[in-house]
Design a protein around this ligand. Structure first.
Ligand SMILES: C[C@@H](N)C(=O)N[C@H](C)C(=O)O
Ligand SMILES: [Zn+2]
Length: 234
């Protein structure tokens, strides 16, 4: 169990609401729908109402300094079945990218591969006390596009299983373009923080508001206050 999963959830009952995609940028088809992840009748482009309001606020903040830049929504709501599918898919990709043969791996080697997956993906838990962050409608994976609609280069792909995904990976570089990647990550971080989101410590693209991870990170930053999560699995 990760430490943030110990945070109590006091579900506030706020509904999921569709993200007005025309207001933001988004890729179609959605990355996980393209892989045939099992959404059924559900859509990834939903968020809790207040989370969506905060996201709109973040984009307004971005446009104060970067006219016509937009937040690109890579992923938002994710049913637990999709979380399970993506965790299994990521494990299989890791095995195939590294040209490994599962039958030849020891239990320890297999366990190490799973640990790498779970460094970046939440466990697809069905326990209401430990929901995967995206299954609460309070977490979002985002990047930026510029005024011409081009992806802003963050120095690594969303969902990459590598240290390059850590938000500060390029922070101490004196080289170009690494310094620029860091500046872009900082811009994303600052606009999201200005709208009360917290950033996943291992992922430059993952932010949330009001879920267990948000409460846990807020608690670290303000130890004198008591934080709980207001969004559970929905
Ligand atoms: C890996 C990424 N897409 C992601 O969403 N990670 C978080 C931690 C999650 O699985 O909830
Ligand atoms: Zn995420």
């Amino acid at each position: 169990m990760k430490p943030y999963q110990k945070i109590p959830i006091l579900e506030c009952g706020e509904p999921l609401t569709p993200i007005p995609l025309a207001h933001f940028a988004a890729q179609t088809p959605h990355a996980y729908e393209k892989l045939h992840a099992p959404y059924g009748k559900l859509s990834p482009y939903y968020l809790r109402e207040t989370v969506l309001e905060n996201l709109i606020q973040a984009q307004n903040q971005l446009q104060l300094t970067h006219a016509n830049w937009r937040i690109l929504i890579f992923d938002a709501y994710r049913p637990v079945a999709v979380q399970q599918f993506m965790v299994d898919y990521t494990f299989a990709e890791l095995v195939s990218d590294r040209q490994l043969n599962l039958d030849e791996l020891s239990e320890t080697q297999i366990e190490e591969l799973w640990q790498q997956v779970y460094q970046f993906w939440a466990v697809p838990s069905l326990d209401p006390a430990t929901p995967p962050p995206h299954s609460t409608g309070a977490a979002i994976d985002v990047t930026l596009v510029d005024e011409n609609g081009n992806l802003v280069n963050m120095g690594s792909e969303i969902d990459e299983i590598s240290p390059k995904s850590f938000p500060d990976y390029f922070a101490n570089s004196n080289e170009f373009p690494e310094q620029e990647y860091h500046a872009h990550r900082q811009l994303l971080f600052e606009v999201m923080r200005s709208a009360n989101f917290q950033q996943h410590p291992n992922e430059w693209w993952h932010f949330s508001y009001g879920d267990q991870m948000w409460a846990w990170l807020s608690q670290q930053q303000q130890p004198n206050q008591r934080f709980t999560a207001q969004y559970g699995r929905i």
